[in-house]
Each structure stands twice: as structure tokens, then as C-alpha cells.
Design a protein around this ligand. Structure first.
Ligand SMILES: C[S@@+](CC[C@H](N)C(=O)[O-])C[C@H]1O[C@@H](n2cnc3c(N)ncnc32)[C@H](O)[C@@H]1O
Length: 389
């Protein structure tokens, strides 16, 4: 098949197509975030949102998107029948506009293609094409760095079209820089923020997570309420590109700094029975600079007395993947149901559950069930309206 290729982002192009992946289940929240940042033609897909925007939109997305994990700018697309077509597609693109030969790149391939059953082969073909282009022009080649490449490229094999993107963020956007160490099974920050954005929380009233672990919901809620940009504490791959607009990023960063509210007229609460988890939550809040907006208590959900009735409860109780948690788990879920019914009058509760067998021990009927993927675990975000006292 003859190769038809389209350069979808050339020098001087005013608007680019962006592809922003996210955890499954929070696409609508992400679409809303991107619209608010000025993106056009926003289209929701399973596990991602596509849109069109200026460079400023792309930079704003890196700084402000809470529920997405990457900001990928579409560079070139074509009908690719096999390795030769893919090589030509990548070889024809002027990569030297973005990176020097002394910089590094990586290529990650996703999607499906009959000629690339092993997706790594697709990535290798694109890498060879970029490297060969540099070698022919300059007699030297750029190196590969899989951890922190200067130019992280992504090739996606769609049903009909293959697209090559550059990833503006580099490290996944869920890595805000506030989590002190990589804990065992924390909730992904982008998922937590997406669920908060999907909820009916008005961002102006108290919120409680009574089994908060490392505090992801509480810290993310505090960042949302105080309008602290999630990307303020980190850098992005695009800042190392030759066509980076330093002045624009600096302006957007100082705008974001000025917008962050140092105080709030309400508190975001977290509780957990595990002391170590609470220490991580407190350290995380400090690193995210929201320590004055949150309050963490060590308590068992069965006996916990909230300092004030929350308007929203957002919680991710244990699902029992670990051995030996059986009986205690059921007691904890029962205790959570009792806490909600007896000590959270008038609240709306959202429970991220990965196990319907445990959910029934709450003794309550959900008014809504929203499917969500928590990593590899298929979950439901359950909503409960708690009667007022
Ligand atoms: C799935 S983890 C929550 C993870 C959390 N969302 C995060 O971001 O790290 C469940 C948490 O429930 C806590 N937990 C389990 N049973 C509890 C109980 N009876 N009372 C209070 N906390 C409990 C565990 O200590 C654990 O931190």
C-alpha cells in the first residue's frame, strides 16, 4: 500500500492536536478540565481525551490537568502497512527542530497492528528512523534514555491510522512531586483527582476520607479547593526542547503561583488506623504545601468521631487483596457503613469499591454506580445519599 502521510504539526502551526490519556472512568472530568483550559474540539475516548489547542493550551495542560497522565502532541500520521512505511513516516519528520544530537530520546508504542504484534518492534523502527536521520545529517546519533529522555515519543497504532506524538510532560502527570516515597498501593493521584472532580463536591465545603491511607484524596482535594496547580512542583520534558517557549512557561507558572490560595475557610479531613500511612499523608501534605488546609487523625473507622459533619465523604476502603484480612475487613466495612449512617448526617458519600461482596456489608443502597479502573482492578465509584439528622 502506498504510504500517505500527513504532517499534523509543522513549524508555525497555530494549533496542534493533543491526545491526553487518563485512568479509565474519569474521561468526562478530564474533558471538562481541558475545555476550561481553552482546548477546542474536545472528544472523549475510552481512557483518553483528544482535543485541539495552542502551545499555551498544551503548557497549561501540563501545569493544570489533574485527571490526565500525559499531554501528547500529535506530530505526524499516516497509513502504515508495515515496517517500511513506519520507517519512512518517522524518517521524514524534521526531529532536529526539537532536539540536538547530544540529547536523548525514547519511543514507546501502543495500540494494535498485525505487522507489529510485538509493539516494541514498532518502537524500534521509529527509533531507528529518528537516529538514522540525525546520523545522515550530522554524522552522529542521539542516545536512548528510557527513564528521563529529553524527547519522549509515542507511536500509536490505531485501527486505520498510525500517529506519532511527542509527550510534553515526560514523567507521568500523576507524579506531582508531593508523595514522599512510593508506597505500596496508593491511589493514583490522577484517578483520585478525577473522582473528586466527578463528584458533587462543591470545592467549598468539608470533605472526609475516614480510611485515607497516604492521604491521596485529602491532599488532592486540598489542591483543588485552594486552586494549587498540580504541576507547580515539577518540570516537564518540553522544557528541554529546542522550540520551547521559556517566557510563556514562566508566565504560566507565575500565574499559577499567584492563584494558589494559602488558606481556606473549611478543612479537609483524613483518618486511618495505621500510623505509618498517616505519617506519609502528613509529609505529602507538607510537600504539596497544603498542610494548613488538612487535618489527619489516627482512628479506627468503627469508633472515629468526625470533628464536624462532612458535606462529602470520599473513601477507598481495602478490598482484601492481602491474605489474612478477611474477618477484619468485613468488620471495617460494617464500621464504615455505621460511621456514614450515624455520624455523617446529610453527607453524600462516594466509595471506591473493588469488591461487591464487601460492599454489601455497608448495609446501604447506592444511588449511583460508576465504573472505574484502579490500575488493573475493575472498580465502581458508589454514591450514597446519607439522611440528615
Ligand atoms: C486501600 S487503602 C487506602 C489507600 C488510600 N486511598 C491512599 O491514597 O493511600 C485502605 C486504608 O484503609 C485503612 N483501614 C483498614 N481498616 C481500617 C479501619 N478499621 N479503620 C481505619 N482505617 C482502616 C488501611 O490502614 C488503609 O490505609
Amino acid at each position: 500500500m502506498a504510504l500517505r502521510l500527513v504532517c499534523i504539526r509543522g513549524a508555525g502551526a497555530m494549533k496542534s492536536p493533543y491526545h491526553v490519556p487518563c485512568p479509565r472512568g474519569v474521561e468526562d472530568a478530564l474533558a471538562e478540565e481541558l475545555r476550561a483550559l481553552g482546548a477546542d474540539d474536545v472528544t472523549v475516548r475510552p481512557g483518553s481525551v483528544d482535543c485541539v489547542g495552542s502551545r499555551e493550551t498544551g503548557y497549561r495542560a501540563c501545569l493544570w490537568v489533574r485527571s490526565g497522565i500525559r499531554v501528547q502532541e500529535g506530530l505526524v500520521r499516516g497509513d502504515v502497512a508495515g515496517a517500511d512505511d513506519l520507517y519512512d513516516l518517522a524518517r521524514g519528520f524534521p526531529w532536529e527542530r526539537f532536539m540536538d544530537v547530544d540529547q536523548t530520546l525514547s519511543v514507546h508504542a501502543t495500540g494494535r497492528h498485525p505487522e507489529f504484534n510485538d509493539l516494541r518492534y514498532g518502537g524500534l523502527v521509529v527509533k531507528d528512523a529518528v537516529v538514522d536521520r540525525f546520523r545522515d545529517r550530522e554524522g552522529r546519533r542521539p542516545s536512548i534514555d528510557r527513564q528521563t529522555p529529553d524527547l519522549p515519543l509515542r507511536v500509536h497504532f490505531g485501527e486505520r491510522t498510525t500517529r506519532i506524538y511527542r509527550d510534553l510532560a515526560g514523567q507521568s502527570l500523576h507524579k506531582r512531586g508531593w508523595r514522599p516515597i512510593q508506597v505500596k498501593s496508593p491511589l493514583n493521584e490522577a484517578l483520585a483527582a478525577g473522582l473528586l472532580l466527578l463528584s458533587t463536591w462543591d470545592r467549598g465545603s468539608t470533605l472526609l476520607d475516614p480510611m485515607c491511607g497516604s492521604g491521596t484524596f485529602v491532599v488532592e482535594a486540598a489542591m483543588i479547593a485552594s486552586e494549587r496547580a498540580p504541576g507547580l512542583g515539577r518540570g516537564f520534558a518540553c522544557e528541554r526542547w529546542k522550540d520551547h517557549d521559556r517566557a510563556l512557561m514562566e508566565r504560566l507558572r507565575s500565574e499559577a503561583r499567584a492563584r494558589a490560595k494559602p488558606t481556606l475557610p473549611f478543612t479537609l479531613y483524613g483518618a486511618d488506623r495505621h500510623h505509618g500511612a498517616l505519617q506519609l499523608a502528613a509529609q505529602g501534605a507538607l510537600a504539596a504545601r497544603v498542610q494548613d488546609l488538612v487535618c489527619f487523625d489516627q482512628a479506627d473507622v468503627r469508633t472515629f468521631e468526625p470533628s464536624e459533619p462532612p458535606s462529602i465523604v470520599m473513601v477507598n476502603p481495602p478490598y482484601g487483596q492481602r491474605l489474612g484480612e478477611g474477618e477484619d475487613l468485613i468488620e471495617s466495612w460494617r464500621g464504615l457503613g455505621k460511621l456514614l449512617r450515624e455520624r455523617c448526617p446529610g453527607a453524600t458519600a462516594y466509595i471506591l469499591s473493588g469488591e461487591p461482596e464487601l460492599t454489601r456489608h455497608l448495609g446501604m443502597k447506592a444511588s449511583r454506580k460508576h465504573p472505574v479502573m484502579n490500575g488493573p482492578i475493575s472498580c465502581r465509584l458508589l454514591r450514597y445519599e446519607i439522611r440528615g439528622s
